[in-house]
Design a protein around this ligand. Structure first.
Ligand code: NDP
Length: 335
């Protein structure tokens, strides 16, 4: 383990797949994360099967050679359960099919801390609870495992009924390939707050930047389709973000961009955002931490998603969407 500045980082050598020997893992939900994690664990020599409602995902799991059991009644089939169905359905599925039957010696693993952190899922204290949350989309979790590099993850201990939950957690992280890249130990709270902050404070500002730039340039007479290509359609921005992850946010600027571009960006960045942006981000953080957002989202769910549906409906007619459709008719943009 590398413990720099109190941040605990675990690599392959810190994790022992032996903790999974003789154990059965049920992957609940064979979707984006479920499929990749199930395949990686199986390739790591772990006994894995899938628990699913009888849907298209179950068929896919069977085609991939997994035995599939119904979620209802799956508690008797495994020692460790990876909760890999969408966050918003986890509570109901847990209450209906797992809550009454999970017992000491069994473990529940989350890939995101939301439901456990906000107390929507409350396993009995004797049940082990931990998190292995890949910082990568499901498809890449699989691809990077096959390449032998692994995708990094956050891990966190929720409750330790057995006394060896930490070792089990690291073994699962190793089985999916995450310790090859390195996993950082955090808490359910931090992982949840960080994830929600990115969604509710960072990406709204990021999105608004695109919308504002689009408006300014459109008002200045530029064709919207050209803007959609220039701003992100060409894939250049995606390449820049990829390079930022690989070699550094500012380093990529120096290494990959022209001097004119470096000067233009670096000289105009300070002051590009007002204090209002920072204070809005701080408000968003507070609203996440104090449970305000979780309450709002639970009420939205209960009401049948009226606001959510309206927001998503609005995407169809957004000027950017219209511009993209026009652009796709002009240029082949399959990257
Ligand atoms: P998906 O949206 O891919 O769904 C996973 C599975 O859940 C699918 O097989 C789906 O079957 C099934 N499912 C949907 N509704 C229900 C239901 N009501 N009851 C039972 N099963 C259902 O999930 P993700 O892989 O995106 O997310 C799983 C977990 O991983 C979440 O906690 C998420 O936060 C976390 N995570 C996700 C990441 C990602 O890249 N997506 C990244 C890191 C963490 P079908 O489609 O056939 O209905």
């Amino acid at each position: 383990m590398n413990s720099a500045d109190n941040l605990k980082v675990y690599r392959d050598n810190d994790a022992d797949l032996g903790f999974l020997e003789g154990k059965k893992i049920a992957v609940i939900g064979y979707g984006k994360q479920g499929r990749s994690q199930a395949l990686n664990l199986r390739d790591s020599g772990v006994s894995v099967h899938v628990a699913s409602i009888r849907d298209s995902s179950a068929e896919k799991a069977e085609q991939d050679g997994f035995s599939v059991v119904p979620i209802d009644g799956c508690v008797g089939t495994a020692d460790i359960f990876l909760m890999l169905i969408p966050d918003e359905v986890q509570r109901d599925v847990y209450e209906k099919s797992l809550a009454n039957d999970l017992k000491a010696g069994q473990a529940l693993c989350f890939a995101h801390g939301y439901n456990y952190h906000f107390g929507l899922i409350k396993p009995a204290p004797e049940v082990d609870v931990f998190m292995v949350a890949p910082r990568m989309v499901g498809a890449i979790v699989r691809e990077s495992y096959k390449k032998g590099v692994g995708a990094p993850a956050f891990v966190a201990l929720g409750q330790d009924g057995s006394g060896h939950t930490h070792q089990t957690m690291l073994a699962v992280a190793k089985g999916i390939g995450a310790t090859k890249a390195g996993v950082i130990e955090t808490t359910f709270e931090q992982e949840t707050v960080l994830d929600l902050f990115m969604e509710q404070a960072f990406f709204p500002v990021f999105s608004q930047t695109f919308f504002t730039a689009f408006d300014v340039l459109k008002e200045a007479g530029f064709d919207p389709r050209m803007l959609a290509l220039e701003m992100y359609g060409s894939g250049e921005v995606a390449e820049i973000m990829k390079a930022a992850g690989d070699i550094g946010f500012l380093q990529q600027l120096v290494l990959l961009h022209s001097r004119t571009s470096q000067y233009g960006t670096l000289s105009r960045t300070p002051g590009a955002y007002s204090e209002t942006t920072k204070s809005r981000m701080m408000d968003a953080l507070e609203n996440i931490r104090n449970g305000g957002f979780a309450k709002e989202w639970a009420e939205e769910e209960k009401a049948g998603y009226p606001v959510y549906n309206k927001l998503v409906e609005g995407i169809k007619t957004h000027p950017l969407t219209v511009a993209e459709e026009g652009l796709h008719n002009l240029i082949d943009l399959r990257h």
